[in-house]
Each structure stands twice: as C-alpha cells, then as structure tokens.
Design a protein around this ligand. Structure first.
Ligand SMILES: C[S@@+](CC[C@H](N)C(=O)[O-])C[C@H]1O[C@@H](n2cnc3c(N)ncnc32)[C@H](O)[C@@H]1O
Ligand code: SF4
Length: 236
C-alpha cells in the first residue's frame, strides 16, 4: 500500500461570504486568526510525518491569501522543518495556495515564491462584472487580471483559474466570454464548477423567496457540454 500523503491546510477566513458558498469560512472573525494559526501550528508540531511520503501541500479555504503573509511564512517554515527527512525534497513538492483577487499584493506573492509555493489557484468564477457582483464576489475582472499578471511577473508558471456555470442570470454567452478570455491568458489549468445550491446560503434563501431563478436542468447540461467541447477544442 502506498503511503503517499497530501497535506491540506484549511484557512477558514474570507473578506466577505459569497452568496453560494458553504465552505467552512467566516468573515468578520479576524480576531480569531491569531488563535487559529497557533492551533494549526500546534497540530503540525505534534503530527508524526515519519510514516509518510509527503508529495503535495495544498493551502485552501476560505481565502488563504487574505491572511497577512507572516502567517503563511510561519506555517510553511514549520512544515519545512518537520519534513527535513521526507523522501521528496521541499523544492520537489507541489505546494499550492488558493487566492482570491482583491486580497493579493506583489509583496505577498514574492513571499509565497520565496517559501517554495509553486502553484496558484485563483478563484475568478466569471469575467462578467455584473455576475461577480450578483454572487457577492469582492473583486472585478480587472482585479483578477491584475492578480494574474503580477503572479506571472513574480515568476509563477503553474496557475489554475476557477470558473462557475449555472449561476442565476448566467447565459451561454457569458460562459463563452469567460472561456475565451481565460483561454487567451493560457493558464495551466481551468476548473469549471457547476453551481451547487447549498442549504443556508444566500442563494438558497433568494431561491426560496423567488428573488432569483436558476437555469433549468437542460440548460445546465447544455452549459456543461458547451464548456467540455469548448475546452477540448481549444487544446488542439
Ligand atoms: C474552496 S473555494 C475557495 C477559493 C477562493 N476562496 C475563492 O473563492 O476565490 C474553491 C472553488 O469552489 C467553487 N465553489 C465554491 N462554492 C461552490 C458551490 N456552491 N457550487 C459550485 N462551486 C463552488 C468556486 O469556484 C471556488 O473558487
Ligand atoms: S467562495 Fe471563496 S471567497 Fe467566497 S466565501 Fe467561499 S471560500 Fe470565501
């Protein structure tokens, strides 16, 4: 049996909760950040990594890039020390951090690079500012572009971009526009998620109150096949 091991570190803090999201993440709880990081470091300190071959580290959220870089430095420095005897050297690990446009600076990205982070996952969802506003994102498409371009400038060459389909008021035309614009940027990976309406999210409440409508199941499937064909053809 393989003892390959991926480490996932969860950062449950966001600037603002998006209307569709039920991931464990909180806004307006910044007073807990310090305590949370201390608890996380204690857990890492106590964990016995010696039985495992660590192959990847993924810092997700929430919005890890919302944190002051000093916390990411503390966590990764501790992990690096704990993994000195790991069969895969630190520089050969895949180390990813999730980022939200509007929470990243060149300084933070330089720190990430210096720490050995070699993969970025940027949540965009759509290139339409109208849709971004409707789903409660804190950023515009331009903010995403700035983040993406700074990341390239700092030297990141492994970038994933998250997009979403089947959002309220989203058309195939909106999806086409998002795909065209993102493919043009040539990221290494594009993840496309179909909206899941989770209980107790704002979107679920709006649906119950009749304030928004979703694409029908047939439309959602059309969007899915559209994305699949579009991405497959763009690889040729
Ligand atoms: C864990 S989230 C964190 C990423 C980062 N905080 C951000 O939003 O930019 C990762 C991705 O999951 C997707 N996602 C979150 N909630 C979803 C939902 N209810 N239905 C479908 N996709 C969802 C979004 O595309 C999001 O970028
Ligand atoms: S989608 Fe990302 S930024 Fe929005 S609330 Fe969820 S974790 Fe936070």
């Amino acid at each position: 049996m393989s003892n390959n091991f991926g480490i996932y570190i969860h950062i449950p803090f966001c600037v603002k909760k998006c209307s569709y999201c039920d991931f464990i993440s909180f806004s307006n709880r910044d007073n807990l950040i310090e305590k949370y990081i201390e608890a996380l470091k204690n857990e890492i300190e106590r964990f016995d990594f010696s039985k495992y071959i660590v192959t990847t580290i993924y810092i997700g959220g929430g919005t890890p890039s919302y944190l002051n870089a000093k916390y990411i430095i503390e966590i990764l420095t501790l992990l690096r020390n704990k993994l000195v005897n790991n069969k895969i050297t630190w520089k050969d690990l895949e180390i990813t951090i999730e980022m939200n446009p509007g929470t990243v600076s060149k300084e933070k990205l330089k720190n990430y690079k210096m720490l050995g982070i070699n993969r970025l996952s940027i949540g965009l969802q759509s290139t339409s500012n109208r849709l971004l506003k409707e789903i409660g994102r804190i950023h515009t498409y331009k903010d995403f572009l700035d983040t993406y371009n700074i990341a390239k400038e700092v030297g990141f060459d492994n970038i994933n971009v998250d997009l979403m389909i089947a959002l309220p008021n989203q058309s195939i035309k909106d999806i086409k526009e998002s795909l065209e614009k993102i493919i043009f940027l040539n990221p290494n990976h594009i993840s496309v998620y179909s909206l899941i309406v989770e209980e107790e999210t704002l979107i679920s409440k709006w649906l119950t109150e009749g304030k928004v409508t979703l694409p029908s199941d047939e439309e959602e499937r059309r969007m899915y096949w559209y994305v699949k064909n579009f991405l497959e053809l763009s690889r040729i």
